[in-house]
Every structure is written in structure tokens, then in C-alpha cells.
Design a binder for this molecule. Structure first.
Ligand SMILES: Cc1cc2nc3c(=O)[nH]c(=O)nc-3n(C[C@H](O)[C@H](O)[C@H](O)COP(=O)(O)OP(=O)(O)OC[C@H]3O[C@@H](n4cnc5c(N)ncnc54)[C@H](O)[C@@H]3O)c2cc1C
Length: 382
């Protein structure tokens, strides 16, 4: 199987690795730590990528992008995730908020929101899940009622990543009661600095900033903050999840850590049980498989609509890979003598903690399996 994306993509990969070496501290483990310097690294790195037209490479020039191919953007995605995402939370704006506003936003919304994302200046959060509406998102209760020339929003969101640092929220609220519960929902683009919004962090083993509760108490928004058509938000949600589910190139970090292991262990590598080395080799094969499934979805995104079953199949493969490779890497790192390979050990430990949530975030693995089965059965019937 040939995974080579071509000469320009290879050159871009080299350029990105060089930039990371120059601008990201050698012991960086992501932007979301107790040390504000890590967040500052990410903010500066986003600006640097933006100045070089590397942040939103595949966006059209009119929206501040570089008109590059989706394959070049895929290289950016892979290199960033492989190196602990030095764009910080910005990856969400680049991966799905921007593309969705391009598809569904008014010209005014595009002018207002796209340049700040392309310039690496703004962080978005996603206000979908609620305490009683996660897998069953259409049961959400946060409501928006008409009030004069705008809307009043009340309710609560939960598990909202990066809400403490976000300037904007991509919010789903109920605006009417439809025949089906998927009807009557609307997307609002909401500024997070409004005093009617309260954010409460949730402590988790993933560290600070990741998860939060967000409360809306009579938040006033205008008609200009509605994305798409009132009551038709569910179709935008479907578009969001198909972008979101292939947005993170998890296989790239797994592959980099697995490939680094023999060098980090040195002579100790040969002493590992053959069974463990066998599992290590199998994980590398799984990395290739997940990469191929991601490329299938990226190719579809480039030409039109993504089949939700393909996005679900990739998501199942890559989240299993994330967790299974984390287990193998933990066993390998345990062999390292104290004082050797400390950064590798920290990377593996970070990867393990983060991977535990991967089969829940962006829709649980059980729901992905249901989605995949449904699309396969529908295909078999057609
Ligand atoms: C790290 C992380 C980041 C997140 N970031 C965000 C964010 O930024 N914005 C946001 O809106 N949300 C976010 N979420 C929330 C995420 O989308 C939900 O956690 C997810 O959709 C599951 O919903 P839930 O937690 O309510 O679990 P539930 O829906 O209560 O599910 C609990 C369990 O029951 C299973 N289950 C539920 N229904 C069925 C069924 N019909 N058949 C079979 N099994 C079922 C599920 O698979 C799961 O195992 C994040 C979650 C995590 C872990």
C-alpha cells in the first residue's frame, strides 16, 4: 500500500516538523496544563502558522485560507496531533467551525467569523451535550424563545471542551416543538464573554480546561446570531459531526510513539517479551489501517457529502487504536529504567490518559457502531 501523498505534501511535512522543533519546547505535552506558558506557546504557534498560510491551508483564499488541497491540510492535521497539538483548542475552529460557517453562514457571518479563525486569533467551543442529552442529543432542553427582534436563551450544557478559554460558542438550542424531536432546533453563534453565561470547570484526569459545564441565564442574542434556518439546526449538526469525527488524526500520534519506542529503549528493546513486540507490530499495522480509513473520508469530504457510516467506521477504528496502542506503549515504557526516556514516558502516560475518553467524545463507540450498522443495513436493502 502506498501512503505517499506526493512531493509537495512531503515537503510540507518537513517544514512543519522544522517549525515545531524551532518554536515548541522540547518537553511540550499540549496547551492544556496548569502552566499558562503552554497555552501561550499554542497561541503564538497558531499566529505563526497563520502568517505562513499554514493554519487554514485548504480554505478558499476569500476566507483567509491558502486554496491548498485537503491532502495538504491532512498533513497539517497529522503533524499537529502527532506532536501534542501545538495549535491548542484552535484545531476545532479550523477543522469544523470554519467549514460549517462557509457552508451555512450568511456573508456577514462569514466576514465576521472566518478571518479571526484563519488568523489564529479565536477559540470556539461546542455547546451540544446536556446532562440528559448526550448520545440522545435531540432530547436537549436548552431553549431559545423569541424576544422582540432577537432570542432569549436558557439552559445548561455539559462536557463543553475549552469553554473557559473560548471566545465563541457554537450552540444548539430548542426553538420549537416539532413532530419529531430532531425538528425544532437551531444553531446560535454566541459570544462567551456575555455576563448571562457562567462556565464551571469539571475536574478530570485529562487535566485543566478540557471539560466544563456552561449555564445560560436569559442570554439575549439577535437574529444575526442564528446560523442557517431557524428550526433546521439538526441538519447542520449532522454536517458538524461528519467533519468533527475525522478532524483529529489520532493515528498519527499513535504511530509516532510506537515508532519511537525501539530507539528510546535501545538495548532493552531486544529483551522485551516476543509477545509484546508482536502486539507492538500489530498496532503499527492498525495505524496504517486507520490512516487509510481517514483518507477515504477526507477524499469524500473533498468531493461532496460524507457517508455517516464511513465516518463512524473510521472513528471506531481510530479510537480502538488509540486505547489499544496506549496499553502496549504503557507496557513498553514500564521497562525503561528510572531516569531514561523521561519525556517518552510522559508522552505515553499523557497519551494513555487522553485516549480513555476517545471512545466517548464526539459520540460514544456504541453509538458509532449503531450508526454503522444502520447505514450497512440500509445499503443492503437498497
Ligand atoms: C473528552 C470529551 C470531550 C467532549 N467535548 C464535548 C464538547 O466540546 N461539546 C459537547 O457538546 N460535548 C462534548 N462531549 C460530550 C460527548 O459528546 C458525550 O459525552 C457523548 O455524546 C456521550 O454522551 P453522555 O456522556 O451523555 O453519555 P450517555 O449518552 O448517557 O451514554 C452513556 C453510555 O450509554 C451508552 N448508550 C447510550 N445510549 C445508547 C443506545 N441507544 N444504545 C446503546 N448504548 C447506548 C453510551 O454508548 C455510553 O456508553 C465530550 C465528551 C468527552 C469525553
Amino acid at each position: 500500500m502506498d501512503f505517499d501523498l506526493g512531493e509537495s505534501a512531503n515537503a510540507l511535512r518537513g517544514e512543519l516538523r522544522e517549525l515545531i522543533r524551532e518554536q515548541v519546547p522540547a518537553d511540550f505535552l499540549g496547551a492544556f496544563t496548569d502552566d499558562p506558558a503552554d497555552l501561550a506557546v499554542a497561541q503564538q504557534f497558531c499566529r505563526t502558522l497563520a502568517q505562513r498560510q499554514l493554519l487554514c491551508m485548504s480554505w478558499p483564499k476569500e476566507f483567509g485560507g491558502g486554496d491548498a488541497s485537503v491532502w495538504e491540510q491532512t498533513v497539517v492535521r497529522e503533524e499537529m496531533w502527532a506532536h501534542h497539538e501545538p495549535r491548542g483548542a484552535q484545531y476545532m475552529g479550523v477543522n469544523w467551525v470554519g467549514p460549517i460557517i462557509m457552508r451555512h453562514g450568511t456573508p456577514e457571518q462569514q466576514r465576521k467569523h472566518l478571518p479571526p479563525i484563519a488568523n489564529g486569533e479565536v477559540i470556539w467551543c461546542q455547546g451540544f451535550s446536556e446532562p440528559e442529552a448526550g448520545s440522545d442529543l435531540a432530547s436537549l432542553r436548552t431553549s431559545a424563545r423569541r424576544d422582540g427582534d432577537g432570542w432569549r436563551i436558557n439552559g445548561q450544557k455539559i462536557w463543553t471542551s475549552y469553554a473557559t478559554m473560548a471566545q465563541w460558542c457554537f450552540l444548539l438550542a430548542r426553538t420549537s416543538k416539532g413532530e419529531k424531536k430532531q425538528q425544532g432546533m437551531t444553531i446560535f453563534l454566541v459570544p462567551m464573554d456575555d455576563p448571562a453565561i457562567t462556565v464551571r470547570p469539571i475536574r478530570t484526569m485529562m487535566g485543566p480546561h478540557h471539560l466544563n459545564e456552561v449555564f445560560f441565564d436569559e442570554l439575549k442574542v439577535t437574529e444575526a446570531d442564528v446560523l442557517g434556518t431557524v428550526d433546521q439546526g439538526w441538519s447542520i449538526v449532522q454536517d458538524v459531526v461528519s467533519f468533527e469525527r475525522v478532524g483529529i488524526a489520532r493515528y498519527a500520534r499513535c504511530e509516532r510513539l510506537l515508532q519511537a519506542a525501539p530507539d528510546v529503549l535501545g538495548d532493552a528493546w531486544e529483551e522485551l517479551p516476543a509477545e509484546l513486540r508482536g502486539r507492538w507490530a500489530r498496532m503499527l499495522t492498525h495505524c496504517r489501517r486507520a490512516r487509510l480509513m481517514a483518507y477515504r473520508v477526507v477524499a469524500m469530504q473533498a468531493t461532496g457529502r460524507v457517508n455517516p457510516g464511513d465516518a463512524a467506521a473510521y472513528r471506531i477504528a481510530v479510537t480502538r487504536l488509540d486505547q489499544d496502542s496506549a496499553e502496549v506503549l504503557m507496557e513498553i515504557a514500564a521497562v525503561l529504567p528510572r531516569g531514561d526516556g523521561e519525556y517518552f514516558r510522559a508522552e505515553v502516560e499523557d497519551h494513555w490518559r487522553y485516549s480513555q475518553a476517545s471512545t466517548v467524545s464526539s459520540g460514544s463507540i456504541e453509538m458509532q457502531r449503531i450508526l454503522l450498522s444502520r447505514t450497512m443495513l440500509a445499503g443492503a436493502r437498497a
